[in-house]
Write a protein that binds this ligand. Structure first.
Ligand SMILES: O=C(O)CCC(=O)C(=O)O
Length: 185
């Protein structure tokens, strides 16, 4: 039912499988208010993988990273070559209120346009470019899959931080890195 992978100390990613149990969540992936934007950016044939990212108390600040590489997928081959041609987006939907205590995700807006920024994410807070994705329960953040970001520490005593991740991508893109390979159950 689930595939789980570790995203660092006390931070995990549970991939949901389609079926009755999660039907309302998969329905949300088709009807959520962000879907019009997603379709306009990567086309209507997208595929959506859904997972829950949860960070337990003790999860520390992640390193800055992007979820996916800079590449040109075949459906974009006829488009003018541009580093900003998107092939995938993530929507993080907060399942609890995010704040300084339970943590949040920090983003470097615009960093998806420049492959050369890989490895330089820690410059973002120094340059004043980092944006805190602090939203209340039910709030969502949408970002390009190549955007530099990092999950922040969960400093609470006993609150698990959960976000739903909707990962929309063009059919040609297959995610090989971010999910585990073995089912938990
Ligand atoms: O925990 C978060 O807020 C984000 C996690 C994340 O970006 C990741 O695991 O790639």
């Amino acid at each position: 039912m689930f595939r789980r992978s570790s995203r660092g100390a006390q931070r995990f990613d549970l991939l949901l499988e389609q079926g009755e149990t999660f039907a309302p969540i998969f329905e949300l992936s088709r009807s959520g208010p962000w879907t019009e934007f997603i379709s306009s950016a990567i086309g209507k044939d997208w595929i959506c993988d859904i997972s829950v990212i949860y960070s337990r108390p003790g999860a520390d600040d992640q390193d800055w990273h992007s979820d996916g590489p800079h590449l040109i997928v075949s459906s974009q081959k006829n488009l003018p070559s541009s580093a900003s041609s998107p092939y995938a987006f993530c929507v993080f939907l907060a399942l609890i209120d995010l704040d300084e205590l339970v943590g949040f995700t920090q983003f470097w807006p615009g960093s998806h346009r420049e492959a050369g920024l890989a490895g330089f994410g820690s410059a973002a807070p120094v340059l004043g470019c980092a944006v805190d994705g602090i939203v209340g329960a039910g709030g969502a953040v949408v970002y390009d899959y190549r955007l530099l970001h990092r999950g922040m520490a969960n400093k609470s005593q006993g609150t698990q931080r959960e976000i739903l991740q909707f990962f929309y991508h063009v059919p040609e893109y297959v995610e090989r890195k971010n999910y585990g390979c073995t089912a938990l159950f």
